[in-house]
Design a protein around this ligand. Structure first.
Ligand code: ZN
Length: 307
């Protein structure tokens, strides 16, 4: 074999090896792992997952969790690239040194205060038991705002933390007298006849923040272009989520009947999911006022709008 043929064969083998390696790296590199809970508040990320791969080849690997603490463990230990999560939980992680940034809202409005049928006002909650999913949540803030309407504070009631899925049945059995939690569990309490809406979130807190889309610093730093594409297409997916699209996406991912979904989706919207400084500062004021945290992260260190 002369030297020229040998070098051609060598070059061919080498380029095949390079191609194979690049191909493998590409498929691993192009996947984005996003954690979520099966709630209507995460519909923008579920909707985006359907579209993003078609548009620019980034595959969204959705990782479903059953509770916020499990989801937080995965996010805080970099097992996922991001999550749709209660923003107060993400703020707490950031405060404790976890490298994450909030890049968009999960939704606008979309929460209700559900009470048993014998409760007709905030004052009636005195001495009653009320469930929230986690102390670090906008549901806790909405509870505080509800009580303030009746001249009460959390010291006048019993506050308990329950998993979202347990709340409608706990209300029906009389174990609790009210709850506030991510949807569609509020709508389920209405649908069973066990409870009614005392307040919707916009009656208590104008333009309330609840969930956020957060990404890890390592994903943002190591794959900046993917993080940018992911965030842009997430916001576009939110803008496309009208009531019908939201219902179709929800039916694909959740086992809820049409009545529950239709009731729930009346209360929520997904357009314009950018986190503005004004709405974030209103959130941090309430986080401090109601004792969720004395030192929440500043907008400039936690929110990223500048891809
Ligand atoms: Zn939410």
């Amino acid at each position: 074999m002369n030297r020229k043929i040998l070098s051609l064969i060598t070059a061919g083998v080498l380029s095949a090896a390079v191609l194979t390696r690049c191909g493998k790296e590409k498929s691993e590199k192009d996947s984005v792992k996003i954690a979520y809970l099966p709630i209507t508040h995460s519909l923008a990320v579920l909707e985006e997952a359907e579209e993003l791969e078609k548009q620019n080849g980034i595959k969204v690997e959705l990782v479903k969790f059953g509770s916020w603490p499990e989801l937080l463990d995965a996010l805080n230990s970099n097992k996922v690239d991001g999550a749709s999560v209660l923003i107060e939980l993400a703020m707490k992680s950031k405060q404790e040194g976890v490298g994450i940034k909030a890049v968009a809202l999960g939704h606008h409005d979309g929460n209700v205060v559900i009470v048993s049928n014998d409760i007709n006002s905030a004052e009636d909650l005195k001495g009653k038991t009320f469930a929230i999913p986690h102390r670090q949540s906008s549901h806790n803030i909405l509870l505080n705002e509800t009580l303030a309407k009746g001249g009460l504070t959390v010291d006048d009631i019993n506050v308990t933390e329950l998993a979202p899925t347990e709340m409608p049945s706990a209300l029906a059995s009389g174990q609790i007298d009210g709850y506030c939690v991510a949807e569609p569990f509020g709508a389920m309490g209405v649908s069973t006849g066990a409870g009614k809406v005392l307040y919707s979130s916009e009656e208590l807190w104008d333009d309330s923040i609840c969930c956020g889309l957060v990404l890890t610093d390592s994903f943002i730093e190591n794959r900046t272009e993917d993080a940018k594409s992911f965030t842009e297409s997430y916001k576009a997916a939110g803008n496309n989520l009208d009531k019908e699209t939201a219902k179709a996406t929800a039916k694909k991912y959740f086992k809820q009947n049409d009545e529950v979904l239709e009731t729930s989706l009346q209360w929520i919207s997904f357009d314009n999911l950018e986190i503005t400084e004004d709405t974030y500062n209103a959130l941090t004021d309430k986080v401090k006022k109601y004792g969720l945290s004395d030192n929440p992260p500043a907008y400039s260190e936690f929110v990223k709008n500048d891809f």
